[in-house]
Design a protein around this ligand. Structure first.
Ligand code: ZN
Length: 80
């Protein structure tokens, strides 16, 4: 399997670095969502606008935005 973002050899859909970035993104989104009314896509756009966002995280965010993928779609269940 290859990382969807960088094409490196990976054990899952992302390589280790992008997998970690993806988890960070999802974890932070939970925080943001509990503090304000924000959709996943708006959140990703905010992340991309933030100059403090790391390059790995931005690459993952860009990738997810281009696919319009929700954070729960890889689990097959619906978060409430
Ligand atoms: Zn990667």
């Amino acid at each position: 399997m290859k990382c969807e973002v960088c094409g490196r050899e990976a054990e899952s859909r992302f390589c280790e670095a992008h997998e970690m970035a993806y988890r960070n993104l999802k974890g932070k989104y939970e925080e943001w969502r509990s503090a304000m009314d924000i959709t996943w896509e708006d959140y990703l756009r905010e992340v991309l606008k933030n100059p403090l966002t790391g390059v790995w995280v931005k690459e993952v965010a860009e990738h997810l935005l281009s696919k319009s993928e929700s954070p729960d779609s890889d689990r097959g269940d619906v978060a409430t």
